[in-house]
Write a protein that binds this ligand. Structure first.
Ligand SMILES: Cc1cc2nc3c(=O)[nH]c(=O)nc-3n(C[C@H](O)[C@H](O)[C@H](O)COP(=O)(O)OP(=O)(O)OC[C@H]3O[C@@H](n4cnc5c(N)ncnc54)[C@H](O)[C@@H]3O)c2cc1C
Length: 396
């Protein structure tokens, strides 16, 4: 047996033995296991599952063992992902540190920063927020204005960040700040780590149309930050920011596997809501062909993701491919949402939970929420601009 087949066999056996039955169903939002000092587990099984995966380092399977990661190769990680999908295992940990900061810190962080932060991320001890966008700096991120002034033995941070996801629940935030205004706008930006408990940090939740409040505006008023909290070179934070964005885009394109929707098989739903004709075909030929399109798109995306995986593994990534995957992947999620609504017909019209079945309610909520995917991590228009410039070499 080849080493990878042996790994597959062992992983399958381990998951079957260690993943509690209740953790083998799509995770509902209230049961997601978010990192943090005040981490809470919805059930004892969720705690057990998290602890078992954490102790194996499989909350961050490919990160180095010395920082608590699993030390797996990318091929082994793929096997683990497939085996977890086979059993429907829930993700054991949710955190922006795990998805975005950690990978960037492993590339740009110094040893002390890795020692301090990476193992806490793997262990889910700290919940991270992202402080990139500002009220006047979203797509044009480099025009950000939040300042970090050198005060000799520390930085003094002043400014505000917006759309900071769950910053009110975060322990730390990674942020882009201006440390020099003399050069071009991409120069003079630094990447800094800030403890949310520091004096002068405050958050105001932003209420969404759904009534939820996932975002905040975060304010920094004379916040003292130790100098060692700069990641990478001072004034060269843009390099760290770009590394992190690569991971954020990948995350957005594969959000479906993380969010783990309830079973939303297009064919099953269409069979139930639209029905079949005498010849055993779906009763609506337009929806039938749209379902076919959608299934073909899903397959094509899977192959595109495989291609990206192999490029990452051989460290020869086409400059446009991650952006293309983000663009197409997030569009495909939204097209599927539209199609699901079409299939539900008038069962998708109401916004109130009482007038829907829970599944219908989820589908409608997801349709509304997933509009965000083509905005977060850089809008679709911006992905197209960069693909045009960098990958296709078109004039600006
Ligand atoms: C779910 C979600 C979570 C988020 N979480 C965070 C977070 O945790 N931390 C954080 O810092 N930010 C976060 N954001 C913010 C996100 O990064 C920004 O919304 C995004 O970068 C777009 O910026 P903006 O909202 O200011 O839009 P704008 O930049 O104002 O853009 C408005 C519109 O103009 C278009 N546009 C702008 N410039 C161009 C151009 N040059 N060419 C063509 N079209 C253009 C855009 O595509 C868009 O349609 C989140 C956003 C969402 C939706």
């Amino acid at each position: 047996m080849s080493p990878i087949d042996e790994f597959r066999q062992q992983t399958r056996a381990w998951l079957e033995e260690n993943c509690p039955e209740s953790q083998r169903r799509p995770v509902v939002k209230e049961e997601q296991i978010w990192a943090g000092r005040d981490r809470v587990f919805a059930t004892p099984d969720a705690k057990l599952w998290f602890e078992r995966m954490r102790d194996k380092g499989w909350t961050a399977p490919t990160w180095p063992i010395e920082y608590g990661g699993g030390g797996l190769t990318s091929d082994e990680e793929k096997v683990l992902e497939k085996e977890m999908a086979r059993l429907n295992c829930r993700p054991p940990l949710y955190d922006l540190g795990l998805w975005m900061l950690g990978p960037a810190l492993l590339v740009h962080g110094n040893e002390a920063q890795k020692q301090e932060h990476i193992s806490k991320i793997v262990r889910g001890d700290i919940r991270w927020a992202q402080g990139y966008s500002e009220p006047a700096a979203g797509s044009d991120l480099a025009s950000l204005k939040t300042r970090a002034e050198d005060m000799g033995d520390h930085f003094l941070v002043n400014g505000t960040k917006i759309w900071t996801t769950q910053a009110d629940k975060a322990d730390w935030i990674f942020a882009l700040v201006r440390t020099d205004s003399s050069g071009t706008k991409h120069q003079g930006i630094s990447f800094i780590l800030i403890d949310m408990r520091s004096a002068g940090v405050s958050t105001t939740p932003i209420e969404l149309i759904s009534g939820d409040s996932e975002f905040c505006q975060t304010f920094f008023d004379d916040v003292k930050v130790p100098k060692e909290n700069i990641v990478g070179e001072l004034n060269n934070g843009w390099a760290v920011a770009k590394e992190l964005l690569k991971h954020e885009r990948k995350l957005m394109a594969t959000m479906e596997s993380i969010v783990q929707r309830e079973d939303e098989s297009l064919v099953e739903l269409a069979t139930e809501y639209i029905g079949m004709d005498e010849s055993g075909k779906l009763n609506d030929s337009t929806i039938r062909s749209r379902i076919t399109d959608q299934l073909m798109t899903a397959d094509a995306l899977e192959y595109l993701n495989e291609r990206l995986f192999f490029q990452y593994r051989s460290k020869q990534v086409d400059s446009g491919l991650p952006l293309t995957v983000k663009y197409l992947g997030t569009n495909a999620i939204q097209q599927k949402d539209e199609l699901l609504l079409l299939i539900l017909g008038n069962h998708s019209l109401s916004w109130q939970e009482q007038s829907h079945t829970p599944r219908e309610h989820n589908i409608v909520q997801n349709w509304a929420y997933n509009k965000a995917h083509t905005i977060a991590g850089g809008t679709s228009e911006i992905q197209l601009n960069i693909i045009a410039k960098r990958a296709l070499g078109l004039p600006a």
